[in-house]
Design a protein around this ligand. Structure first.
Ligand code: CAA
Length: 263
């Protein structure tokens, strides 16, 4: 995919192809350490993508050495507690987690600390065999601060989450797959290709149903079961108000491919 630098160089952004936008974290010299500028740029790009009808899914990747090795430790070094609490990046993390379209993390190499938290805030993680996941904040005298203690335990269960958060040990891609942290493991040279392929497939699906399906699965991590089931039922009913539902059902009966419009 052709890439052009965004307004600033912490990320590269492709022109959407097959409905898919590719965002590449681009601080290779520091293993894509997530300084506030980078997080802000990802947020801004996703806000644009949310509005852009040409974008139906997004892939976020790093490079072969690292998806991201965590928050930028040099930037974090001199921060006071008040500065951390009032940091604008908190809002940026929330905005990224609330992106309404499907978003896939394509992970090679290190995926640590804030990098692991960033990947976990996305919908699907596809990883290369060489990927390493971890929450090593404990080694710095801090704890994960962008969802690591919460999303990790929901994703892999208490015992493994405790092990990772308390020991700082990294987990290999195959183990992350077995634990349910990620969806697929592929040879490292195919990680981005596979993530793009998956995103392009999702981009062919009816956009409103995709959005509702994503929101509904996401609610399963937020709500008690009965409330989440109620949310699902209402989202399901809402699909029946779309033109795409008529198109999907008609295409099935007429034995042709559906053409979804997002209406
Ligand atoms: N912040 C800033 N710089 C970083 C960085 C980070 N998180 N991770 C790596 N770098 C820099 C290194 O300082 C080094 O820079 P120089 O070449 O200028 O020295 C460069 O990236 C390459 O790193 P290494 O030489 O250390 O590479 P390595 O292969 O020997 O080790 C590593 C790789 C094990 C990932 C190691 O770099 C490391 O442990 N990094 C820190 C990981 C970490 O602690 N992440 C958590 C950060 S805190 C956080 O994320 C808080 C939160 O929840 C939001």
């Amino acid at each position: 995919m052709a890439e052009k630098p965004a307004e600033s160089s912490d990320i590269l952004v492709s022109t959407p192809r097959d409905g898919v936008l590719l965002i590449t974290l681009n601080r290779p010299k520091v293993l894509n350490a997530l300084r506030s500028k980078l997080i802000g740029e990802v947020r801004a790009e996703l806000e644009r993508a949310a509005e852009d009808e040409a974008v139906r899914a997004v892939v976020v990747t790093g490079n072969e050495r690292a998806f991201a090795a965590g928050a930028d430790i040099t930037e974090m070094k001199d921060k006071s507690a008040v500065e951390v609490l009032t940091d604008t990046r908190l809002a940026a993390w929330q905005a990224i987690g609330g992106f309404p379209k499907p978003i896939i993390a394509a992970v090679n190499g290190y995926c640590l600390g804030g990098g692991c938290e960033l990947a976990m805030s996305m919908d699907i993680i596809v990883a290369g065999e060489d990927a390493r996941f971890g929450q090593p904040e404990i080694n710095l005298g801090i704890i994960p601060g962008a969802g690591g203690t919460q999303r990790l335990s929901r994703n892999v269960g208490k015992s493994l989450a405790m092990k990772m958060v308390l020991s700082g040990e990294m987990m290999r891609a195959r183990d992350a797959l077995a634990a349910g942290l990620i969806a697929e493991v592929v040879p490292p040279e195919l990680t981005v290709e596979r993530a793009l392929e998956l995103a392009a497939l999702i981009a062919t699906k009816p956009p409103i149903a995709v959005r509702l399906a994503k929101a509904s699965v996401a609610q399963s991590y937020e709500l008690p079961l009965q409330q989440a089931l109620d949310y699902e039922r209402k989202a399901f009913a809402l699909c029946f108000a779309t033109e795409d539902r008529l198109e999907g059902v008609s295409a099935f009966i007429e034995k042709r491919k559906p053409s979804f419009k997002g209406r």
